[in-house]
Design a protein around this ligand. Structure first.
Ligand code: ARG
Length: 466
């Protein structure tokens, strides 16, 4: 069988150990449809170059149609001896078209330009599926943000209560990275929109084939400008792998938040039964497995990226067999995201927040201390002093086991005495509400209800124009 591809100068076939190592059909067979599409375009290019007669081209296209049908039905599949998807499909084509005609298709192309083209075709198609899934997730988050209304929650830095924020603001903070991931895919698509078909093994072809037409037929607007780059570069595959890994990381960070919010101690959110799992031993358990799987799988997505980068590092620039290792990395990423994202979006769409609890927790932990300081600034106190005065209020409250709004008028008068008249000091209470606190953060991008509404509209517009 090895004779089919390179028999001429060999006296023996590959050893069984080599065959086992070399074989890639177990993972690259998923490129079969793209390979056949490429063959069809290539056959037409051979026809235009006068290397297939009109009748031969017709029979070739019929044979490729039949091959596609056999692949679709499973009647044709790789066997043990096939090295890769291209080898297998060549065997399938020869069986249909005969050695004479079938043997003409390989002219002017190499598995090097073929495989470089196929991985681009396959990735572009799946990037669109992933972009759609990401947009569903973004939409689920936006709907939750709308439903959250003006509910306020504890905003945290270092996981400590920092300043109150709208629940909607916190949720929308996860929408933007996801939209950027989708934008990254769209931007990447412009770069990968070039077909390497016609690059041959590395140097181009001698047969007068026109790569532009092949590219158009395969959905590319351009042809790679350099045949060595076309066959040997994988930076665009790695860039996809980065976007997939980044997507995983973005979702993992949201997961971590959901997992914490879902604990008994936080009790900010409840997950729907259909998107939670139970325990085989503890009857009471309801676990956030989707979020945990997302967090866990993000590690795999990163591993796929770093593995691929390590493979590429140090490769001389023209095809080397190492490049075959690009595929499993991105196949794994795509498989992972295509299974993960629908479940994750379903979990997000159906989770229920405990608004009363969020509201009650929002101002605790002296989360309004910044508001006191900024209120003082508005009354002419330099911020450096305002910060200290507010800190003094916190100290008193903390010492008494109270919150800031429990301080008496006398407390405020006393603390502010070097800077404010006694009748003004107690008026600081006007900013000691979460509602006042969030509404005051009214600059663009801030957490005031007005700005958050504006933000939601902007996100929706951004999705429409994607
Ligand atoms: N299966 C290979 C790959 O995925 C393509 C075959 C190229 N083989 C070769 N000996 N040049 O990269």
């Amino acid at each position: 069988e090895h004779l089919a591809l390179w028999g001429g100068r060999f006296t023996s076939g590959p050893s069984p150990e080599l065959a086992r190592l070399s074989k890639s059909t177990q993972f690259d067979w998923r490129l079969a449809d793209d390979d056949i599409a490429g063959s069809r375009a290539h056959a037409r290019a051979l026809g235009r170059a006068g290397l297939l007669t009109a009748d031969e081209l017709q029979r070739m296209e019929d044979a490729l149609d039949e091959l596609q049908r056999r692949v679709d039905s499973g009647a044709f599949a790789p066997i043990e001896d096939d090295e890769d998807e291209a080898t297998a499909l060549e065997r399938g084509l020869l069986a249909i078209a005969g050695d004479e005609l079938g043997g003409k298709l390989r002219a002017g192309r190499s598995r090097n330009d073929q495989i470089a083209c196929l991985i681009r075709m396959w990735l572009r198609r799946h990037s669109r599926i992933i972009a759609k899934l990401l947009l569903s997730l973004a939409n689920a988050l936006i709907e939750q943000s709308v439903a959250a209304g003006r509910t306020v929650m504890p905003g945290r830095t270092h996981m400590q209560h920092a300043q109150p924020v709208l629940l909607a603001h916190q949720l929308m903070a996860h929408v933007w990275p996801i939209l950027r991931d989708v934008q990254r895919l769209a931007d990447w698509d412009k770069r990968i929109d070039a077909s390497p078909y016609g690059s041959g093994a590395l140097a181009g072809n001698t047969l007068g084939l026109e790569p532009v037409a092949v590219a158009r037929e395969l959905g590319f607007s351009n042809v790679t400008a350099n045949s060595i780059d076309g066959t040997a570069s994988r930076d665009l595959v790695a860039e996809f792998a980065f976007i997939a890994a980044m997507t995983g990381v973005d979702i993992s960070r949201l997961s971590e938040e959901i997992i914490i919010w879902n604990t008994q101690e936080f009790a900010f959110v409840k997950l729907d039964d259909a998107y939670s799992t139970g325990s085989s031993i503890m009857p009471q358990k309801k676990n956030p497995d989707i979020a945990e799987l997302a967090r866990g799988k993000s590690g795999r997505l990163i591993g796929d990226l770093t593995g691929l980068l390590a493979t590429l590092k140090g490769l001389p620039t023209a095809y080397a067999r190492d490049l075959q290792e690009d595929k499993e990395a991105v196949f794994d990423q795509v498989d992972t995201l295509e299974v993960l994202l629908p479940a994750f979006a379903g979990m997000v769409a159906t989770m229920r927040f405990d608004h009363d609890r969020l509201e009650a927790e929002a101002p605790t932990g002296f989360a309004l201390a910044t508001d006191i300081a900024e209120w003082l600034v508005k009354h002419g106190v330099p911020f450096r002093h305002a910060h200290e005065l507010s800190g003094a209020c916190v100290k008193i409250a903390e010492g008494r086991g109270q919150e800031l709004w429990d301080l008496t008028d006398e407390d405020f008068v006393d603390v502010f005495k070097d800077f404010l008249p006694a009748d003004l000091a107690p008026q600081v209470r006007e900013v000691l509400s979460t509602e006042g606190s969030v509404s005051a953060r009214n600059g663009k991008g801030g957490t005031s209800p007005l700005r958050v509404r504006e933000q939601i509209v902007a996100a929706k517009t951004s999705i429409e124009t994607l």
